[in-house]
Design a protein around this ligand. Structure first.
Ligand SMILES: [Zn+2]
Length: 277
């Protein structure tokens, strides 16, 4: 009798403990800035499989299933059920990963020379491991990058790279066309670049206003405290001005609706493939 009581109390404490850990976990993921989250990612990798056990959603990047993803985003761009609790991927990371897997020779080509600007933590260790890639990372300041430079003046020779990734950078730089031109210059003819940005599909034209300078105002107008503009449907024009030919990859025609739901992709997201002619 005493033994059963003891066991039930233990179970109750365990459930309460798990409940509290889950609450704290969710709070941290929704509150801490992404760079800090990434530094703490080993903690999340330990807890996520326990706290979000299930198979309602799939993350193709870490190859794991969960009961749900977590919410993410600032007040003006908040989304539910989008952040993988294991490797912190968002819709855009999962879309890019699926695109690379299914539509390109990124994982199968004998040899590709790749330049990855501002490398995402969820991709970095996986790309580094790939034997078929001659893989270089670069960033303005990040200590984890191989090279450090300003994208407006890339200190590299022209016609070198087969593939370039430069995601969620162009909304932060002074002159996106100049940065894209520089990336185009260092790429081989026929090479392709992916330069994802936050894009407001309800806007025909990109919204930019140099008089908006405070972090609060920038967050309100451009979705994040350090964004300098909010790209609209005219985003491909920037790439074309920089010398690229732009192809659009529409996930709605490429993937089954059940996959879009399972991977929690953003239906209106278009992946632009910028090819150097
Ligand atoms: Zn994941």
């Amino acid at each position: 009798m005493i033994c059963a009581f003891y066991k039930n109390t233990q179970l109750l404490f365990l459930l309460l403990y798990l409940y509290l850990v889950k609450k704290i976990y969710k709070f941290l993921l929704n509150t801490l800035p992404r760079p800090l989250l990434i530094r703490l990612s080993y903690v999340f990798k330990f807890f996520a499989p326990m706290l979000y056990r299930g198979n309602q959603v799939d993350c193709p990047v870490c190859g794991r299933s969960f009961s749900k993803f977590l919410s993410y985003g600032s007040e003006v761009a908040h989304r539910e059920n989008v952040l993988c609790p294991y490797d912190l991927t968002l819709e855009r990371h999962r879309l890019l990963w699926l695109y690379l897997n299914r539509e390109t020779n990124f994982f199968s080509a004998d040899h590709l020379k790749v330049l990855h600007i501002a490398p995402e933590q969820c991709f970095l260790p996986l790309f580094k491991k790939q034997k078929n890639l001659d893989y270089t990372t670069a960033d303005l300041v990040s200590p984890i990058a191989d090279l450090h430079f300003d994208l407006h003046d890339i200190p590299l020779e022209e016609n070198q790279y087969d593939v370039v990734f430069c995601n969620h950078v162009m909304e932060h730089v002074d002159d996106p066309v100049r940065c894209m031109s520089e990336l185009c210059r260092v790429m081989k003819p026929g090479g392709w670049a992916i330069m994802q940005v936050p894009q407001d599909m309800s806007r025909a034209e990109t919204y930019e206003d140099k008089s908006i300078t405070t972090p609060e105002e920038r967050e309100k107008h451009f979705w994040q405290k350090d964004h300098l503009r909010l790209f609209g449907r005219d985003y491909p024009n920037y790439m074309e001005k920089a010398g690229f030919k732009v192809n659009e990859f529409d996930l709605n025609t490429a993937f089954e609706p059940t996959e879009i739901t399972k991977f929690r992709l953003m239906k209106k997201e278009i992946l632009y493939i910028a090819v150097k002619p």
